[in-house]
Ligand binder design. Structure first.
Ligand SMILES: [Ca+2]
Ligand SMILES: [Ca+2]
Length: 218
């Protein structure tokens, strides 16, 4: 599938999803069609088709590698590996959680999601942090990876703060792909997370999500 243009995959899925008006689309170029029931833009792909494709219905570049989903042959795998930031130690990843079902800050239940506790070790605020995480399902032999700039996030001097990857609706929460294997499989998953910050040494952590898991608060 990784070798297959998503455009081709879109057509395959749409042929399943769109059962009416079966006029065969005429391909005019790699990313566009003309005529009835023909996809012209990424926004025209139905959400249920995006689910089958495993991409984020709210985003145009699910994996954050700069290539929009429509033209990305690997829409859930960042083809560009971010260069690790270098410099003095400015922060640590104090903890990583993948099955926590309670949000201490919001004080309410939460579905399984990726969660990191970042600890500043400097007396300066740290801006421009980026998360890069890789999820591997050995059973399915499938790997996804995502580049997520932590927009507007500042790790203040000497503070410890938790960031979440979920629906991204609250402060310090960032959007994760809801159609990721994180949510669509109960296989054991292995995570590697790298946090980059301009001027500071990149930090890496790994964690395993047990098979089964819990996709709803427990
Ligand atoms: Ca992409
Ligand atoms: Ca990609």
């Amino acid at each position: 599938m990784k070798k297959m243009k998503i455009f081709g995959l879109v057509l395959l899925v749409l042929s399943i999803v769109i059962l009416s008006g079966c006029t065969a689309p005429q391909k005019t170029q790699d990313t566009q069609y003309n005529g009835k029931n023909q996809v012209k833009t990424l926004s025209e792909i139905p959400d249920n088709a995006k689910k089958l494709l495993g991409i984020d219905p709210l985003g145009n570049d699910t994996d954050g590698d700069g290539v929009d989903d429509f033209n990305d042959s690997t829409p859930t795998f960042a083809d560009v590996t971010p260069q690790a930031s270098t410099g003095a130690l400015g922060f640590r990843i104090q903890n990583i959680l993948v099955e926590n079902n309670y949000d201490e800050v919001a004080k309410k239940d939460a579905s399984d999601h990726l969660e990191l506790v970042l600890q500043s070790t400097t007396n300066k605020d740290i801006h421009n942090m980026t998360a890069y995480y890789i999820i591997t399902d050995a059973k399915m032999n499938k790997t996804e990876s995502y580049i997520k700039p932590l927009n507007a996030f500042v790790l203040k001097a000497n503070e410890t703060r938790t960031i979440h990857f979920d629906d991204g609706q609250m402060q310090d929460h960032f959007r994760a792909n809801p159609n990721s294997i994180y949510y669509t499989t109960k296989d054991e998953l292995n995570f590697t997370v790298i946090i980059n910050a301009d001027g500071y040494a990149a930090q890496t952590i790994q964690v395993k999500k047990d098979a089964g898991g819990a996709e709803v608060p427990d």
